[in-house]
Design a protein around this ligand. Sequence first.
Ligand SMILES: [Zn+2]
Length: 346
Amino acid sequence: MLHSLSIELRSVSVLFRFRVFLFQSDSVISRTWVLDARLETRLVRKMATKSADLKHYSESTEEKIAKQVFEWVATETTYPLGFYNLVIETSNAKIGTSFSDAAVYLQVIEEVRESVRKDHADGFPTCGLIPIKDILNVSILKDFVANGVKAIEKYPDCSQQSFLALFEFLRERKKHGKALQTLITTTPPTNGNKETQVMVALAHHLFSQLIPGKMYEVDEYAKQVPKECGCGCKARISEGNTSVGSQGTWHGRVDILLSHTIAVAMAKRQTGKEEEGEEEENLDTDAEEPVERDGVLLDQKVLNQILAEAITNGFAQANMHKDTLSHFLIPTFGTTSDHVTICLYD
Ligand SMILES: [Zn+2]
């Protein structure tokens, strides 16, 4: 049913509709919970899983944490974790703009405007929260919740790798959390750039840790990409070509590409003073202040960019990997230093 909503980006005419699913971490769960959940609920790492590695996590704290989260994902009906079902009325995808100039007109925005015009006489519009369990196959999660690590051993290696990556990340979560905190709150070296420092921190210490193989690339054209991680771990930073799309449709470089497949867009700071040099100076002096305000990922321009990247990359990946990815919802992450959104597009 949901799969039938997919549409080929290049074949659409001026007026078209397709759907994207949007999930924002803090829109449905309490703020305190988000601080932990943000680091715990993403998927996955490491090629060549050995059953022994997984067994190691049987009856572990990591298994317990994962069970709690997945029980919520897979079974909660009163306050389910879910995605907003966004219907796009029109966009400028056919014009061939960069992601940063993407224009996306959501049906729900029009409905909100209409509702305001009528002083909400007909009630408030909704964009439909769809529980994750109604979008994704959660049978493996239910099995895991019921039977723990033992249940995972009978699933394919890719599933085992995913769980192993999650467990390993959870085991190292304090180390990664500390590294992120350090890089997000401290001033970069004189030859560094704060935004790039945060992007690299998220790439190396968060997103890549959650995928099998931990393979990632940050945009090689970002300002002053460091050769190694500045948290003190000295890990080599992987940079490369992160281009997505083509001239005839939306296109551009995403900030981080995971396993050459999953795009991550980092929302830029909105200080109102984005001039070169001045920006750097400000960043150096207000390092102790929160880096972004709440809700920046839902600002229209930012959201448009994330949606455009999600649709373009989802379409491209499904076409490039017809045998393996054509039936999957390809996730795209939007991120700041403290918020994450996930967009799924099929
Ligand atoms: Zn580091």
